[in-house]
Design a protein around this ligand. Structure first.
Ligand SMILES: Nc1ncnc2c1ncn2[C@@H]1O[C@H](COP(=O)(O)OP(=O)(O)OP(=O)(O)O)[C@@H](O)[C@H]1O
Length: 601
């Protein structure tokens, strides 16, 4: 298994099922099955030698040399059986992990290609569960069930062949409980498919709710609540408990009957064998052979049944994995001529819906190359949607969105994203050092380039104050950094990427005055010479923009410069008035309060 295999090779023909996945690790799994067959067959062989020993010992003149020879054979074959079993175990696990590895890479690749709308309506918990638990669950099939199935087929066949060769009457008697056991199993397992689906839905709900609970644990705590009182989670857990109780109650009768019958063929074999022996038609060694082998003949079926129970859950998991692998990626045309040089961004009669909700309704404007275009408007007016559509996070419904004169749907996605620098409010930082987090914007960037970008983003000083400077590990999502510091890292990344178009969600609202000033300096540095589309939450930071687009309810309410809009656009006048009032209010407040780090200008 080579972990370094490039991602583009991780194409897997879909839909996947347990059979075609075998091809991903055919060699180790093929050998695992072969050695499992050998091991299963050898589990019966020692009984043959014990039988031969019994024949020898019950003869008129037992030859102890022959007895010892047979005993050594029995022991040798037993040792070989265990060795083959160990080899099979290792190979089956190797194959199973190779399949999981390939599947995860293929899924990760596909998730990177699908539009964000794929994730809408799917909780992050359930997506995580598919990538981790569902894929983990497949291991059980290849590493355990496959060898178990082999044993379940080979052991009874080998045992029955031996028994029929020894005495067909007793062999038939050993089979009597089998049809009854199968009948009990059918009774016990009826409707199991529906039940397992119910169980999986419950698990999915619990996973989603646990995810939500963990994300919102600080809020839950602030209300003095705990997991038991976290509504949906508590309901889902209670549902799971009720499911387990119901399942145990309904299935226990059939289960006991099935397991009892499968291991109970001595009930028929022992008395019949004793009677045949008394009649003089069955010798003692053969009787001993039946007493030893008959109980083991059907036992592997029991293990298989346990495993099949889990298989229902795996089949459900396979469905969810297929859903990811078969998700429709954003269309990526080939052979288009990619525009270069200065890139205008044109929105032409653009409409977009989230499900039923119309978010943009015929929006047209141009964000000119090398200029700063600001988007303002009340909350929910469609500003973020416009920016997300440029990055093709969603597919729009109609109209056109052009970058450099070419519709974004004509752009190869990689090429388009390569020309976009993105600084959103929710800065994504991963586990890793500061340096690694910055270098993701330009893989292979030198230390000097990283430091230059960090200096320009006014991030160098706080980075150097961290315990290991650029080599300090950032915790989950950059835990330990303030909102303003995370913002400046995002700006440093964008500087390092040096993309001609910048999508910016102004996010200074939640930071203190000192951070705000630093972020503003960093942004000025970043915006220079680029096509900037910026969502402005506070008007004083966008009033000097080259062009301002005022959004309201998914349509444009006005566009122009600050002065033009003040004279012509009612919504802008209202926004400006509110903004001025809130500034007066906050200045008034600050006159009465001692300034703190968190005080706003
Ligand atoms: N992922 C989504 N699923 C469904 N509806 C959405 C989604 N994102 C946004 N919307 C809806 O689309 C409309 C426009 O939202 P958008 O986020 O673009 O507004 P906005 O102007 O950026 O708001 P804000 O300033 O509060 O961020 C709103 O009605 C919003 O509720």
């Amino acid at each position: 298994m080579k972990n370094s295999k490039p991602m583009q090779q991780e194409r897997i023909s879909t839909p996947i099922h347990f059979g075609n996945l075998l091809r991903l690790a055919s060699r180790p799994l093929g050998w695992a099955v072969a050695t499992a067959i050998g091991s299963a067959a050898l589990s019966i062989a020692p009984f043959w030698f014990i039988y031969r020993i019994a024949v020898e010992l019950f003869s008129a003149q037992p030859d102890m040399a022959v007895v010892w020879q047979l005993a050594w054979w029995a022991l040798g074959l037993l040792a070989l059986r265990w060795a083959l079993m160990a080899v099979s175990h290792v190979l089956a696990h190797t194959g199973a992990f190779a399949i999981q590895h390939r599947l995860r890479l293929a899924m990760a690749r596909r998730l990177g290609e699908v539009p964000l709308s794929f994730f809408a309506g799917r909780g992050s918990g359930s997506m995580r569960r598919t990538l981790t638990d569902d894929v983990n669950g497949l291991e059980g099939f290849y590493a355990h069930l496959l060898p178990d199935m082999v044993a379940a087929a080979v052991v009874p066949l080998a045992a029955l062949a031996l028994l029929f060769a020894a005495d067909w009457r007793l062999a038939l008697a050993a089979l009597v409980p089998l049809p009854l056991a199968l009948l009990a199993q059918w009774w016990w397992m009826r409707g199991i498919g529906g039940r397992m689906r119910e169980w999986n839905d419950l698990q999915k709900r619990i996973a989603n709710q646990v995810g939500e609970y963990v994300r919102g644990v600080h809020v839950v705590k602030s209300f003095g609540l705990d997991a038991r009182s976290f509504g949906e989670l508590a309901t889902a857990v209670r549902g799971a408990v009720a499911w387990v109780e119901g399942y145990a109650k309904d299935s226990s009768g059939g289960w006991v009957l099935f397991t009892g019958l499968l291991t109970a063929n001595l009930i028929t074999v022992a008395p019949l064998g004793a009677w045949l022996h008394a009649q003089g038609t069955l010798d003692l060694p053969t009787y001993v052979l039946f007493l030893l082998v008959a109980p083991t003949a059907l036992a592997p079926l029991l293990r298989l049944t346990f495993a099949l129970d889990e298989q229902f859950q795996r089949a459900e998991a396979m469905g969810r994995i297929n859903e990811v692998l078969q998700a429709q990626p954003s269309a990526d045309p080939v052979g288009s001529r990619i525009p270069d040089g200065a890139l205008d961004v044109d929105f032409i009669d653009l409409r977009h819906r989230y499900g039923e909700r119309l978010a943009l309704d015929g929006v047209s404007f141009r964000a000119k190359a090398g200029r700063l275009t600001a988007l303002v408007g009340p909350s929910g007016s469609g500003k973020s949607t416009l920016v997300r559509l440029v990055a093709r996070l969603y597919e729009f419904e109609s109209g056109s969105l052009q970058v450099g004169g070419m519709d974004v749907r004509e752009w190869p996605l990689d090429a388009l994203l390569g020309r976009l620098g993105i600084v959103f409010q929710d800065v994504f930082l991963f586990h890793g050092t500061v340096r690694e987090n910055l270098a993701m914007a330009r893989p292979g960037a030198s230390d000097a380039q990283i430091e230059t970008a960090a200096r320009a983003a006014r991030a160098h000083d706080f980075i150097m104050a961290l315990p290991q400077g650029y080599d300090t590990s950032l915790g989950d999502r950059g835990a330990g950094l303030s909102g303003g510091e995370r913002q400046r890292l995002a700006i440093a990344r964008a500087l390092l990427k040096n993309a001609p178009i910048l999508l910016l969600d102004e996010a200074t609202a939640s930071v203190d005055a000192e951070n705000e000033a630093l972020i503003q300096q960093a942004l000025d540095e970043l915006c220079r010479g680029r096509t900037v589309l910026m969502i402005g939450h506070r008007l004083h930071s966008v009033m000097h923009a080259d062009h301002i687009v005022v959004m309201n309810g998914g349509v444009i309410a006005g566009q122009g410069t600050h002065v033009e809009l003040l004279n012509s656009c009612l919504i802008y006048q209202c926004l400006w008035r509110d903004h001025e009032q809130s500034r007066d209010w906050s200045l008034g407040e600050s006159r009465h309060a001692t300034p703190t780090r968190e005080s706003r200008p």
